[in-house]
Design a protein around this ligand. Structure first.
Ligand SMILES: Cc1cc2nc3c(=O)[nH]c(=O)nc-3n(C[C@H](O)[C@H](O)[C@H](O)COP(=O)(O)OP(=O)(O)OC[C@H]3O[C@@H](n4cnc5c(N)ncnc54)[C@H](O)[C@@H]3O)c2cc1C
Length: 216
């Protein structure tokens, strides 16, 4: 949803985490983008209580935004979406190719869907150039693009799902684990770098050492 501008947020985003919910406030050029991740059951309950009660909940989390919420006049100003994963057996066929969400939609927790799609486009452009040179647009000739992109895509899909599970879970154990991973990452520059590299699309795996260090 988009709320009005918030003076204290200029140039700075804020994100909060509690058991079963995660909320983020991001200043745009003239407005404030707010996302709120909740279990489906809670969204239904929230809607039953009405928009004003919803706004009060957001104000309680971040008092600085209270004035900016007045532009939310009805539930139609609040877009609701559910994370959906797409896995496709083959991304290519003779003279046809798919890319982006059509082949690998993923949980938005890593904010990587559009980035992956752009990376697909770059890889595909290189493959298509070769297809023009060889005048061969068969599935076999196009498959190079799919091979180049599969590993990173699967890695990001899986890790985004894992992150979502740890950051929006109502389960006490996973909530504790999620907090531990965040705290450990926040205390170590190396781990911060590993997490950033992965969530910026610069790698397609975590080493075993990194996986262990995120937890222990
Ligand atoms: C809540 C949320 C937050 C997100 N945040 C981020 C983020 O911060 N960073 C990030 O990188 N990604 C983010 N994403 C993911 C990102 O939006 C998608 O991964 C990205 O838009 C995928 O691009 P695409 O071109 O593959 O598909 P789309 O952007 O979905 O484009 C497909 C287009 O095809 C059109 N279309 C569909 N069917 C037809 C048809 N039959 N005929 C003609 N046109 C058709 C659609 O209208 C649409 O315009 C987020 C997603 C969600 C849901």
């Amino acid at each position: 949803m988009l709320a009005g501008p918030v003076d204290s947020l200029q140039g700075e985003a804020r994100q909060y985490l509690a058991r079963g919910k995660m909320v983020g406030f991001f200043p745009t050029r003239s407005l404030t983008y707010i996302f709120y991740c909740l279990p489906t059951r809670t969204i239904r309950e929230l809607k039953c209580l009405g928009l004003e009660s919803f706004k009060k909940q957001l104000e309680h989390i971040e008092p600085d935004i209270s004035d900016s919420l007045s532009i939310l006049g009805s539930w139609s100003d609040v877009a609701e979406s559910r994370a959906r994963r797409v896995d496709v057996k083959s991304w290519v066929s003779d003279r046809a190719v798919m890319l982006g969400d059509a082949v690998h939609a993923l949980d938005p927790s890593w904010a990587q869907g559009a980035n992956l799609s752009l990376q697909d486009a770059v890889a595909l452009a290189n493959t298509i150039e070769k297809c023009f040179e060889s005048k061969n647009f068969s599935a076999q000739a196009l498959r190079g693009y799919e091979r180049e992109r599969r590993k990173q895509t699967k890695f990001v899909q899986n890790e985004a799902e894992r992150t979502a599970r740890l950051t929006t879970t109502e389960d006490l154990f996973y909530y504790w684990l999620g907090k531990r991973v965040l705290q450990r990452t926040g205390r170590s520059k190396d781990l911060m770098r590993s997490a950033l590299r992965a969530s910026c699309g610069l790698t397609d795996h975590f080493s075993l050492r990194e996986k262990i260090r995120f937890i222990i």
